[in-house]
Design a protein around this ligand. Structure first.
Ligand code: SAH
Length: 223
């Protein structure tokens, strides 16, 4: 067993960021160390974000836990999930493990080609079969456009802050689906967006956050 990871997860449970047994088990199963850079392996089980290059970070464990709790029911009952700005690939693995249905599928969309490669390499350490079977798939592209071919999605996680909610992502959210997304410039708010069976959208603001912007590739690399 991994003592440091266990301690991290225990703390998140005590702090009530983790509320459910399933999120607890998933955070224990996905080894964050496999998703951080060589120079940060020693910090893998600390509760803060870590640089992964290209002005991107792997989010802090408490934000991963928080997002998984919000998406829990949609992931457990859904068959298709989307992770926009998939970065290290960590959440693609975690979201996949939350899903209970056969044929479940997680699509990660990332615009930095090197991070697409890096995340596939990270995932191949423990999720090679899922990559082969295309149950976990990383697509290089602009996440603001989603990935229409595989939609609609019962769960969408956006890991970078949009200035406004991208219309394409709203369109690709299934009826009964839920999207979690940081929105705003500077002061960002984490939003939970539910689409009901009639297609009506409900938005809740749940938390102030700080995420890397969801932007153009050149702006991210050269700003
Ligand atoms: N959930 C990821 C977060 C990575 S940081 C993790 O924990 O590892 C946010 C990511 O969003 C970065 O990898 C960045 O390259 C990506 N990103 C930003 N704007 C994007 C866009 N328009 N399309 C696709 N990916 C984008």
């Amino acid at each position: 067993m991994n003592n440091k990871l266990e301690k991290l997860v225990q703390n998140l449970f005590k702090e009530r960021v983790i509320k459910s047994e399933i999120v607890k088990q998933v955070l224990l199963s996905v080894d964050r160390k496999q998703f951080v850079d060589e120079s940060d392996k020693i910090n893998a089980y600390e509760d803060y974000p870590l640089q992964i290059g290209f002005n991107a970070t792997i989010s802090a464990p408490h934000m991963h836990a928080y997002s998984l709790e919000l998406l829990k029911d949609n992931l457990q009952n859904g068959v298709r999930a989307l992770d926009i700005g998939s970065g290290s690939g960590y959440l693609c693995a975690a979201m996949f493990l939350m899903m209970k249905q056969q044929q479940s599928k997680v699509i990660g969309v990332e615009h930095v080609p090197e991070l697409v490669e890096k995340s596939i390499k990270n995932l191949s350490l423990s999720y090679n079969k899922q990559l082969q079977d295309k149950q976990i798939q990383i697509i290089k592209g602009d996440g603001r456009l989603g990935f229409e071919q595989e939609g609609p999605y019962q769960a969408i996680h956006v890991g970078a802050a949009a200035e406004t909610i991208p219309q394409k992502l709203l369109e690709q959210l299934d009826k009964g689906g839920r999207m979690v997304i940081p929105v705003g410039k500077g002061n960002q708010v984490f939003q939970v967006i539910d689409k009901d069976q009639n297609g009506k959208i409900n938005i809740q603001n749940v938390l102030g956050v700080r995420y890397v912007p969801l932007t153009d590739l050149n702006k991210q690399l050269y700003n």
